[in-house]
Design a protein around this ligand. Structure first.
Ligand code: PEP
Ligand code: MN
Length: 286
């Protein structure tokens, strides 16, 4: 870790608070709860997600439109049409949206429609992409690589920071191991370590770690209990029908209940989940 100059704390109290929008932040006392499907599938799907998660409420929505799939024959995402859906949802519901950018060539287009750009696990060490994202003025969610060490993860963040973008949110999403029962192993030890050594916000994605919906809520609660600054959870109006990652998707009701259950845990670790900002439906649609 010797070479990290910008990601590491200079004193133990140092924290960075990042704005996803005017009202929504991560890294301060308020936790960031992100919900939404693995993939954007249709306007109706995203409207169902946004309107129901406004009840929770979540502070931001997620939805992939460029999907890094293991098989080239699987659904690759809706692309621009999906971005346009995200755009309309963020305006209609006044909620920031997060979506993955897989290539430098997609940055401009994604910037025009999303509040936060996600770097997926498979791209954590795509150094050219990281350098290019250092030049954008929107927050980046950087997901830990499938088999990346904590040091490699921090150095990947350092690429973005050192190229001029101070707004990096680290996301632990499970790492590869020998066990096939879970999709990955959620490394909460890394969350605690990252919170100790870096000043950057650290969020947890229990969905890709677990790979099974019945494990997701408990892992999300454990993440908040151990000091994560938020969670990002996959959920869907009809989970079994998700075009990608169906097995790990929560229903929207389950997501609302999860957020409810997180409030007590948040309070126990001196954090809170905002009740207002995030997904207030607007009557005057743009
Ligand atoms: C995702 O968030 O949908 C995703 C593909 O995650 P990861 O890059 O962590 O596999
Ligand atoms: Mn997914």
């Amino acid at each position: 870790m010797q070479k990290a100059k910008l990601a590491l704390k200079t004193d133990t109290q140092q924290t960075t608070v990042i704005h996803l929008s005017e009202q929504v932040t991560v890294g301060g006392e308020n936790l960031l709860i992100v919900g939404g499907p693995c993939s954007v599938e249709s306007q109706a799907q995203m409207e169902a997600v946004a309107s129901q998660l406004a009840i929770a409420p979540v502070q931001a929505l997620r939805g992939g439109v460029y999907k890094p799939r293991t098989s080239p024959y699987d659904f690759q995402g809706m692309g621009l049409e999906g971005l346009q859906i995200l755009s309309s949802i963020r305006k209609q519901y006044s909620v920031p949206v997060i979506t993955e950018v897989m290539a430098i060539s997609q940055i401009e287009e994604v910037m025009a429609h999303a509040d936060v750009l996600q770097v997926g696990s498979r791209n954590m060490q795509n150094f050219d992409l990281l350098k290019a994202l250092g030049q954008v003025n929107k927050p980046i969610v950087l997901k830990r690589g499938l088999a990346a060490t904590i040091e490699e993860f921090v150095m990947a963040a350092e690429y973005i920071l050192s190229h001029g973008n101070p707004n990096v949110i680290l996301c632990e999403r499970g790492i590869r191991s020998f066990d096939t029962y879970t999709r990955n192993v959620l490394d909460l030890g890394a969350v605690v370590a990252l919170k100790q050594i870096t000043h950057l916000p650290v969020i947890v994605d229990p969905s890709h770690a677990a790979g099974k919906r019945e494990l997701v809520a408990d892992l999300a609660r454990a993440a908040i209990a151990c000091g994560a600054d938020g969670v990002m959870v996959e959920c869907h109006p009809v989970p079994e029908q998700s075009v990608s990652d169906a097995r790990q998707a929560l229903s929207l009701d389950e997501m609302v209940n999860l957020v409810r259950s997180l409030r007590a845990i948040a309070a126990a670790v001196n954090r809170s989940i905002p009740v207002g900002a995030g997904t207030t439906p607007r009557l005057s649609l743009v």
